[in-house]
Each structure stands twice: as structure tokens, then as C-alpha cells.
Ligand binder design. Structure first.
Ligand code: PEP
Ligand code: MN
Length: 345
């Protein structure tokens, strides 16, 4: 293996899905420390969807991780799903703990874990819950912040949307963007491994995160992915991870280039004017809707007219296509507008 130290310009937490054996843990730890990652990750207790699968090596694995940390000087984190996990992780020298998607979906568990973490020094990452629910994710973050934890971060790991897409847990970028808007002070990482679910998709997702507002990656890497006891399909070898990190193009937050700044300002002014126009057109549309509601009421006619709605939507989608607007987008937009219109009537 030819592993040279990279200058990683973002925060990188990497490691195997699970710490399986002392040998596998230390070999992976050493290889990734050699890449210059900021922190090592490994599951010690694995939340498996179905029973009778490998559930992690348990407390013993914390000793292997502590040994890896002593050897490399790189801190480590583990997933916690219960109060007992928190106690063991802290006693075992973990520098970070993360709450997995399944745990974040359950406010009872999050509350208990938050209380167990009270005033501890560990860094805490909160993954998104299984469903694309900003309030559930946000609620979990608030429970952790209320416990007085100083260093809290977020991880977008994708959502259970019931299959039928190319990804294992498809990303819902706007949910993560809304979390970033609510908590701009928290680090936001992307977990391309669980989103993609296969090695082939990891690079593409990581690059999309790098082109957006992410502070770094939370990514799975195993010294021998093909023999991994969990998530074998999505783990990169350390060599593959080095390649990926070396080629990621992290965009900077802003540029001071005066031509860019001037062009951006002009375009933004144009957008602001168009948004103002959109708003006033929407207000006029709603006002006309209200008048339609009045004459329907006066004539005892049903508010919802499915045939009219259908014709309207078909017409709009046809026009959207000729204007190069994605039909799905126009459908969702007008569903919202129509819903509000119905409410007013
Ligand atoms: C993991 O990071 O290995 C894990 C179990 O993640 P998630 O909670 O995102 O499924
Ligand atoms: Mn995993």
C-alpha cells in the first residue's frame, strides 16, 4: 500500500463500519492515520435491522480502539444507542460519540443519552433520523445541546425512502440545508457511505457534498472491505479513500475576486426583483382564488373541482416542458399553491 499523508482541507472522520477484531481495527486505524484523517470511527455495538446478524464486538473493541489511538495520536468515536453504551464509551476513552439514524428517530432514547452525556467532554454527532423530518432531527439536536455538550455536529446520512432509487438511503439535501440554516454554528458532515450504499456511488455523493456547504465527511473505510462483517458493499479500502480524498474538489465559501463579486451582486439583485414579482403575482392569484371561493359558496358549489384541477395541472406541465422547467418541480409547486387556494375557499 502506498499511503502518503494528504493535506486534507476539510474535517474527515473515517473508519470501518464495525471494529471486528484487534487486527482489523489496528490495521485500518494505522492505514487511515497515515492518510491524515482527523478522527477514526468504528461501530462497537451495531444496530442491525434484522436479528441474528453480527452486532459488533462490544466493550472489548474499545480496547482495540484505545490502542489505535495511543499508536497514532488520532482520536476516535463510536456509535452509542443507550445509557450503558455512553458509560462504556466514556470509560473506554472515546473522544466522540455519534447517535445513529435509528436512535435519533426515538426521542426517549435521545433524551436518556443526552442526560447520560451531561457535562461530558466528548464531541457528539447527531445523524439525521430515518425519515426526512427536520423537526425530529432538530429536536434531537436540542436535547443534546440542552445537556450542555459544547461540541455538537450533524451528519447527513440519507433517508429511508422505501427503495426504488439508485442509492441505499437517498440524500434529501434541503433537509440538511434547513438544519444548517437553523444551526450555522454546528459542523455539518456528509456520510456518503450510508447514502450511496455501494463503493461505486460514494465518490459522487462525496463530491456533491464538497460542492455544497459541508464541513467534511464521515466515511467508511475497511482494510479489507470484501470480508467486512457489516456494510461490506459500501466500504472503501484505505487506498480507495486516499484516491477519493485526493480528487475531491472542495469549493470555498466565498471568493474575493472583484469580477466574481460584482457579477454575483448583479445576479442576486435580479433574483431579488424576480422573487418580489413572484410574491406579488402569488398574492394576486390568492386574492382571485378567494373571489372564486365566494361565488362557489353563494351558489353552493363544491370547493374541489377535480376535473378543473386536472386540466390546469396538465396545461401547466405542458407549458413547463416548453419553458425547460422540470415537470416534477412544477407539479410540486402547484400542488402547494392549489392546497393554499383550497384552504382560502
Ligand atoms: C454507521 O455509521 O455505521 C451506522 C450504523 O449508521 P446509520 O445510523 O447512519 O445507519
Ligand atoms: Mn455502516
Amino acid at each position: 500500500m502506498n499511503l502518503e499523508l494528504l493535506t486534507l482541507n476539510r474535517y474527515i472522520i473515517a473508519g470501518p463500519c464495525g471494529a471486528e477484531t484487534r487486527e482489523q481495527t489496528l490495521a485500518t486505524y494505522d492505514a487511515l492515520a497515515g492518510l491524515g484523517i482527523d478522527m477514526f470511527r468504528a461501530g462497537v455495538w451495531k444496530p442491525r435491522t434484522r436479528p441474528n446478524q453480527w452486532e459488533g464486538a462490544g466493550n472489548e473493541a474499545l480496547e482495540w480502539l484505545a490502542e489505535g489511538k495511543r499508536r497514532s495520536g488520532i482520536p476516535f468515536g463510536v456509535e452509542v444507542g443507550s445509557v450503558a453504551h455512553v458509560a462504556a464509551a466514556i470509560n473506554g476513552g472515546a473522544d466522540m460519540v455519534w447517535l445513529g439514524a435509528r436512535t435519533v428517530s426515538n426521542p426517549f432514547s435521545v433524551q436518556e443519552i443526552a442526560e447520560a452525556l451531561k457535562e461530558s467532554e466528548v464531541e457528539v454527532y447527531v445523524k439525521n433520523p430515518l425519515s426526512a423530518d427536520v423537526e425530529l432531527w432538530s429536536g434531537a439536536v436540542e436535547r443534546i445541546l440542552a445537556a450542555g455538550i459544547e461540541r455538537v455536529g450533524l451528519i447527513h446520512r440519507g433517508f429511508s425512502l422505501g427503495g426504488g432509487t439508485e442509492y441505499r438511503y437517498p440524500p434529501v439535501w434541503h433537509v440538511a440545508i434547513e438544519m444548517h440554516r437553523r444551526y450555522p454554528m454546528l459542523k455539518m458532515l456528509c456520510d456518503p457511505s450510508h447514502i450511496a450504499g455501494s463503493v461505486a456511488g460514494v465518490g459522487e455523493i462525496a463530491q456533491r457534498a464538497a460542492a455544497m456547504h459541508y464541513d467534511g465527511l464521515f466515511i467508511e473505510s475497511h482494510v479489507e472491505p470484501q470480508s467486512a462483517l457489516s456494510d461490506a458493499r459500501q466500504q472503501l479500502s484505505p487506498d480507495e479513500l486516499r484516491e477519493l480524498l485526493a480528487h475531491l474538489n472542495w469549493r470555498k465559501e466565498m471568493s474575493a475576486n472583484p469580477d466574481f463579486v460584482a457579477a454575483l451582486e448583479r445576479l442576486r439583485a435580479e433574483i431579488d426583483a424576480l422573487d418580489a414579482e413572484l410574491l406579488s403575482v402569488l398574492a394576486r392569484r390568492m386574492e382571485v382564488s378567494g373571489r372564486v371561493g365566494e361565488i362557489k359558496r353563494a351558489n353552493d358549489v363544491a370547493i374541489l373541482q377535480p376535473a378543473r384541477w386536472n386540466a390546469l395541472l396538465e396545461g401547466l406541465i405542458g407549458r413547463a416542458k416548453s419553458l425547460n422547467l422540470p415537470p416534477d418541480f412544477i407539479r410540486s409547486l402547484f400542488e402547494l399553491i392549489h392546497e393554499e387556494s383550497i384552504k382560502r375557499q
